[in-house]
Design a protein around this ligand. Sequence first.
Ligand code: NAG
Ligand code: NAG
Ligand code: NAG
Length: 262
Amino acid sequence: MSQVGVQLCRVWVTMLLLLLSAPVEGGELCLMRSVLISLQRVQAASFTKQEILDLPLGARPALYCSNKCTLRDWCQLWCAYPSNTPTHCLISNITVMPTYQETNMADVLTCHTTRPKDLATYANITAGKQYMSDPLRVKENLLDGFYNYNTDHCFLTELSNSDRWFTLDFGQPKCFQHVILYAQVNYLAIIQFNNVQVRVSNVTAVTPPEDFAAYDLFGEFPGAASPGQVVEMKSPKPVCARFVTGHMLYDHRFQVCHIEVF
Ligand SMILES: *[C@@H]1O[C@H](CO)[C@@H](O)[C@H](O)[C@H]1NC(C)=O
Ligand SMILES: *[C@@H]1O[C@H](CO)[C@@H](O)[C@H](O)[C@H]1NC(C)=O
Ligand SMILES: *[C@@H]1O[C@H](CO)[C@@H](O)[C@H](O)[C@H]1NC(C)=O
């Protein structure tokens, strides 16, 4: 769902709650998507904002938890647990895409995310050289559909202009209108996410990033990003392309923590 969609959804639920004293189906009117994820993985995400609520006796978990999530502007995921007879809601600002594939099935739960179905989690990625001193910050972190605000889940490039880029490849032209990029949550965002251009094309760039000049500009962020800034680029109408590139023009290492294309 777009940010605008989320806002409208919030207004709608708030209105329903004000107008009616009877139980409201508000949460079900808002489009949230289910995703399987380990409860421990969500709870262990120490960099996220989260809240645990007791489920009142007789409350319907889906209704109660989704309304609580919808009414908090930071909530991006809710889970009712334990799964057989829920007694609690966990609400969190963790970013989990509906396409996320859980590997730890031991304590897996069906949770619900506000994030949309997107193309990044099905893409292949190429990029400039990764910063050697941070071996965990691999480019594949941008495709896993999971981001808990720990910078070890980001992608960090080397310093040179020839390395400050990434390219998503969807295999064939796909249509989308939004590209969302998350900057890291610490103060280095001002130099590691600054003056970023997003471009699209159907042809492979033989020499990136120089060849990106021939690509169509989708959006640009003049920078500098504030810590944790979520940069949303929206095209007035859908564009179709096989490749989406990000390139940082500012002279530093480029760090991106999460991408959505939809
Ligand atoms: C989630 O919460 C953390 C911790 O408060 C914060 O650093 C991060 O920017 C938040 N992210 C979003 C998208 O709300
Ligand atoms: C990603 O790369 C693999 C291996 O080259 C290929 O089989 C697959 O079709 C590619 N996927 C996309 C979306 O291009
Ligand atoms: C890519 O190809 C598709 C269809 O083949 C076309 O609709 C689209 O406009 C092309 N995109 C670009 C950026 O050239």
